[in-house]
Design a protein around this ligand. Structure first.
Ligand SMILES: [Cu+2]
Length: 145
């Protein structure tokens, strides 16, 4: 094989990690208030997610028990950008801590949803903290496939 063809083949066999931006906003384009935009992401192991403080008084925090057991947890500071690396396959549920009662949560699927049964069995404790927009939990989880 010609040397340059060999190297091209080698390069294209690597999967490039991707970054997904999620805006933390008071309202999105569809009129949902206190919401992550977009609220559902499908990614691969090694990808990153950057939470952007587009509007003030939001954060992003992984919900204990609702991320894969070997995943890195995170707890972003209020009004600050945070980038997390998705190190494990599965489903991740996260919240905006000051707005959990308003249903400000999001879901990330990384590769195969290995822990989806655990998440569905444990998510009621999160739902019990939500007063408004409780239906978002099941809406977002329904996008996992
Ligand atoms: Cu918030």
């Amino acid at each position: 094989m010609h040397k340059s063809i060999f190297f091209l083949t080698l390069l294209t066999s690597f999967v490039v990690a991707e970054n997904f931006d999620v805006k933390m906003v008071n309202a999105d384009a569809s009129g949902q208030v206190m919401v992550f935009d977009p609220p559902f992401i499908k990614a691969n192991v090694g990808d990153t997610v950057t939470f952007l403080p587009t509007d003030m008084l939001h954060n992003s925090q992984s919900v204990p028990g609702l991320i894969p057991s070997s995943a890195n947890s995170w707890n972003g500071a209020m009004n600050e950008k945070i980038t997390i690396e998705l190190n494990a396959e599965g489903v991740y549920v996260y919240q905006c801590t000051p707005h959990i009662a308003l249903g400000m949560i999001g879901v990330i699927q990384v590769g195969s949803p290995t822990n989806i049964d655990d998440v569905k069995n444990s998510v009621s404790s999160l739902e019990s903290m939500i007063v408004m927009n409780k239906e978002r939990v099941q809406q977002y989880l329904a996008q996992v496939n």
